[in-house]
Every structure is written in C-alpha cells, then in structure tokens.
Design a protein around this ligand. Structure first.
Ligand code: TYD
Length: 199
C-alpha cells in the first residue's frame, strides 16, 4: 500500500527475548522528549481480533488458517483505524511486531512467506524504519528463562530459528536496520535513537 503522509512509522521485530518491548518504551520516551507526538502500540492489537488471538495462547491454539485470517483481519483494522490516521496527522508510531511477524510465525506454520507479504502489502503500508533486533536463539531463550516466563508453544527452538532467519531475510529492504541485540540496553537504544532522529 502506498504511503502519502508526513508521519514516521517505526516497526520493531525480533524473536522473544531480544528486548523489543524495553526498546520500544525507551524509544518512545526519547522521541517524546524531542517534542514528537508518539504512539506506542503492538500487534496482535488490543482490538477484537487481537483479543481472540491473545486468548488462544491460553485457551488452545487455533488452526493455522484461522490464525492467519485473524492476524490479517486484526492488522487491516489496526492499519485503517489507527496507523493510517496517526500517520496522516504527521505523528510517530512505534509498533511492536507487524507483518514481518506473520511471515515468520505463520510461515513457520506452513504458509508461503512471499504470499503473506504480498497479501499484507495490499492493505498495509511499509514502515519508514524496521528495526530487526537480532540475537541467537539460545541467547534469546536464556533471557526468557531468566525472566521466569514459560517457554510457550510459540517458542520452541527450531521454530524460533526459522523466525529469526525470516526477519533477517528482509534485511536488504531499504527501510531495514539489523540491530545486534546482544549489546547493552543503552547501546541498543542509542543506535535506534540515532537512526530514528536521522530519518
Ligand atoms: P505478543 O503477545 O506480543 O507476545 P510477545 O510480547 O512475547 O511478543 O505476541 C504473541 C505472539 O503472536 C508472538 O509469539 C508472535 C505471534 N504473532 C504471530 O504469530 N503472527 C503475527 O502476525 C504477529 C503480529 C504475532
């Protein structure tokens, strides 16, 4: 989908344990301090489809097709009702996960990644900046363990390796930046902030 706005659209992707949420909050604060109007959001969204997807993590996994359809419905609604209007107002959006996660996680469940990408691009705009927070699967899993979270169904080793590889596969897009997530929180933040301010 073509962009025609003056906003700044930043997406953060990476497997669990790479520090997405921490970095998203730090970046929001730093850009707010610069005087920007910044919305921090995530996908699956807090809308009705996103709620079904989140609930499915505890109530039982949906079929691959149901899941894919819901991620697309959720994203379309999110794009139409929140992302595009904010970008049209010239605001900054930081999004924790976007369609690259669908390529990774639903690709991992057997769907064709290129097809997922094309479907999404028919209704979802590309970001100005995509941060790929990159970390080895073992390191990321250690961090999740250290946090005391349960290693849930989404988070098995091979599946995560596939997802990491998928995120890295889009690194040649003009808007993509691979960030070494093994660095300290402050180092990663500084790198992301510099890139954001130079956009
Ligand atoms: P989320 O609740 O944001 O978990 P976390 O905070 O650990 O990232 O996301 C739930 C899961 O949804 C996450 O494991 C990745 C998955 N997901 C997909 O499978 N497809 C998608 O398109 C998106 C956006 C997320």
């Amino acid at each position: 989908m073509k962009r025609n706005d003056s906003g700044l659209f930043i997406v953060i992707e990476g497997i669990d344990g790479t520090g997405k949420s921490t970095q998203a909050k730090l970046l929001q604060k730093a850009l707010l301090d610069q005087g920007q109007t910044v919305t921090l959001d995530h996908e699956p969204s807090d809308g009705p489809y996103g709620k079904i997807l989140r609930d499915s993590a505890t109530t039982g996994r949906l079929s691959p097709q149901e899941e894919l359809d819901l991620f697309h419905k959720d994203r379309k609604q999110h794009v139409d009702e929140l992302i595009i209007p904010a970008l049209n107002r010239g605001e900054t959006i930081i999004l924790d996960r976007y369609y690259f996660s669908t390529m990774a996680y639903q690709g991992q469940r057997g769907f064709d990644q290129k097809e997922i990408q094309n479907t999404n691009l028919s209704f979802a705009p590309n970001p100005d900046i995509l941060f790929i927070l990159d970390l080895s699967v073992d390191h990321a899993r250690k961090r999740i363990g250290a946090r005391g979270d349960n290693t849930n169904e989404f988070e098995k080793h091979d599946a995560l390796q596939y997802c990491r590889d998928t995120f890295l596969s889009v690194k040649n897009e003009t808007f993509a930046h691979v960030i070494d997530a093994s660095k300290t929180i402050q180092e990663v933040h500084q790198q992301m902030l510099n890139i954001s301010l130079n956009k």
